[in-house]
Design a protein around this ligand. Structure first.
Ligand SMILES: NC(=O)c1ccc[n+]([C@@H]2O[C@H](COP(=O)([O-])OP(=O)(O)OC[C@H]3O[C@@H](n4cnc5c(N)ncnc54)[C@H](OP(=O)(O)O)[C@@H]3O)[C@@H](O)[C@H]2O)c1
Length: 318
């Protein structure tokens, strides 16, 4: 069968022939015909060996999730465990417990594009913090796929103020119809950004942070010092680190205000916990509650799209 194949962590995958996977007797996995699989940042880090769950086994077929057809013809969204036999192939092996049925008219490109970025905040809001309607949120890194969905998910869950922070005023303005009630352009001068954080985001209850690194580091003190009541809890949920793996944090931040740092991802959530949240998210996507900018691209073009800057979520179609 055809698949995307990684033979070196220093090179993009190429379109190649690989043996069709064979279900192991008694293991329960089923052979699924893949229709669509999203090229998420997590997949890029799987394919270059840099993800925190990565091993060093090569070759590997990348791809963590997708939409496929089961041997009995049913459409399903599936998410794989850590495996060298990934989803960017004509067929892959799926544990039926990690499969969510889809109606026949579900759009494979939409589901494959949106599930990974959407589940980042869906799981965080529903499992990692006690989020209630009327609470307010700051989304750091709101212009990416996950950030755009976090804005929509926060609105869907009843957030009052949704402060979207990211680079580029035009892209931030596009988040207003999706639910953002205020925006902060992180490309502005650091003093101006700090003033904006204090003015617009100081009273939030939850921060959904896709950035970490300098933008997060520079936002923490202005946010805390701007709070009317510093003893009121703010929960900072670390989800992605596109702006840097580390920050420097002065100890005073933790004494001066009631801030709790936590993360949401593989490990901080159990695999079973993540999977348990997926049917409700699938139902909202199928119902058209959330949107995402996505492009379906033939799997044969994997090497080309891998090397292009991603402005919209790419979905590979075997
Ligand atoms: N833990 C989880 O469960 C989970 C699940 C899904 C995703 N994630 C992680 O969440 C992160 C975001 O995912 P995504 O799907 O939204 O990725 P994406 O679509 O590639 O978006 C990344 C966004 O980050 C912005 N960005 C990069 N550097 C920045 C900086 N220094 N300051 C401000 N903005 C910056 C980019 O904007 P520019 O165009 O300005 O560069 C882009 O809009 C990734 O790290 C991903 O691995 C985690």
């Amino acid at each position: 069968m055809k698949a995307a194949l990684v033979t070196s962590f220093a090179e993009p995958p190429r379109y190649a022939d690989v043996p069709e996977p064979v279900p192991v007797a008694g293991a329960g996995d089923v052979l699924v015909e893949v229709l669509a699989s999203g090229l998420h940042p997590r997949i890029r880090s799987q394919a270059d060996g840099s993800h925190y769950t990565s091993g060093d086994a090569l070759p590997l077929v990348p791809g963590l999730d997708g939409v496929g057809r089961t041997p009995d013809g049913r459409l399903a969204y599936f998410v794989l465990g850590d495996t060298p036999l990934g989803a960017m192939a004509e067929k892959t092996l799926v544990d039926p417990r990690r499969m969510i049925p889809l109606p026949d008219d579900a759009d494979p490109v939409l589901i494959a594009a949106a599930m990974n970025p959407a589940m980042s905040s869906w799981v965080a809001f529903r499992r990692r913090v006690t989020f209630e309607p009327g609470m307010s949120v700051l989304i750091l890194g709101a212009t990416g796929s996950a950030g755009q969905l976090a804005v929509q998910i926060a609105r869907h869950l009843g957030a009052r103020d949704i402060v979207a922070a990211g680079r580029g005023q035009e892209r931030l303005d596009a988040l207003r119809p999706l639910g953002a009630t205020a925006t902060i352009d992180l490309a502005a001068a650091p003093d101006a950004v700090a003033a904006e954080i204090s003015a617009k985001a100081a009273e939030v209850d939850v921060v959904i942070d896709y950035l970490w690194g300098e933008p997060a580091q520079n936002a923490i003190m202005p946010l805390l010092l701007g709070r009317a009541d510093r003893s009121r809890l703010v929960e900072w949920v670390q989800i992605g680190s596109v702006a840097g793996a580390d920050i420097a944090l002065g100890s005073a931040a933790l004494r001066q205000a009631n801030i709790r740092f936590l993360g949401s991802g593989q490990g901080s959530n159990s695999a079973a916990g993540i999977v348990a949240e997926l049917p409700s998210l699938v139902a909202e996507l199928v119902a058209g509650t959330f949107t995402i900018d996505a492009d379906g691209v033939p799997l044969a073009e994997v090497t080309r799209v891998w090397q292009e800057p991603a402005t919209r979520r790419v979905v590979l179609l075997p």
